[in-house]
Design a protein around this ligand. Sequence first.
Ligand code: NAP
Length: 291
Amino acid sequence: MMLVVGGTGELGGQVVRELVERGVDVRCLVRSGAGIPGAEVVTGDLTDPASLRKACAGTETVVATATAIGRLLAGVRGPSIRETDELGMLALVGAAEEAGVRRFVYVSYAGVDAGLGVPIEHAKLAVEDRLRRSALQYVVVRPDAFQEIHLGPLGRFDLAHGKVGVIGNGNAKHRWVSTADVAALIAAVAVETDPPELIEFGGPEALSRTEAIAFAENLLQRKLKVQRLPAPVARPAIKLLSRRNEAVASVLGIGLLFSLQDVPWTDEPLRSRGIVPHPTTDFLRAQAAQS
Ligand SMILES: NC(=O)c1ccc[n+]([C@@H]2O[C@H](COP(=O)([O-])OP(=O)(O)OC[C@H]3O[C@@H](n4cnc5c(N)ncnc54)[C@H](OP(=O)(O)O)[C@@H]3O)[C@@H](O)[C@H]2O)c1
């Protein structure tokens, strides 16, 4: 039995579908009573340690994709990043240890060690560190930015309205990755015989945000309105917001990553598992065609 924590989410839902297709028995920890096709559901919350112990009982592997950030950005009041992504995830690792779980697959993000000091970075590093000190066999999965989020309206890359946002110069090449490819990799490492402890990866093309804007403008045959937040303004704003609005601070920090340095990771972890990664330029073509 495999426990997925975050199975009602965008990435988490795709992970569940991949696992069910592979014939894995899946249990999902859900906060609401919502059903998930093909999976057993148990009600619980990362902020409720007793529910985590119950959910982990009898499971061999835990896959943790949950995060509070999306809900907080959508304005939903609820537990904070610290309560969920940090303390809640740390409690989940503890519950997994107590229950004798063998493997823990944890979703962090590529570039988490950039030292930006934002709440999501703090949370992810704390959980990664806890896993390193645990007796569990663990896999830390660090995907680059998701195409659907960071090159879509949610990530202020809104081709339909002709508006994009850039934090810093936007010149660092990233390997924007499709959520489906990330889900396929997570499902693969959850079941493979001897997975590595750390997998940092991205999609097939290295493209800066500036290059992505130029590519989109060429497709649309018109200029986009680029709203810029220079790095010297962004850095103190991030620091200030880290105390007042941890979700926005975290998103600004991640946005600044797109201006720091060209990323060293590749798509090899996908290709070596037989996953043919979706190119960013195909994603941008589809976005442009819809706008
Ligand atoms: N976006 C990117 O570019 C990017 C890049 C690299 C890594 N990542 C990582 O990828 C993951 C994203 O997953 P996603 O797309 O599935 O996110 P999502 O769509 O925002 O879903 C978040 C999930 O976490 C659950 N959750 C939130 N608070 C919880 C709590 N207190 N207790 C239990 N569950 C809780 C949600 O449950 P409800 O449905 O009940 O709210 C939902 O299932 C995150 O770990 C993120 O850090 C993202």
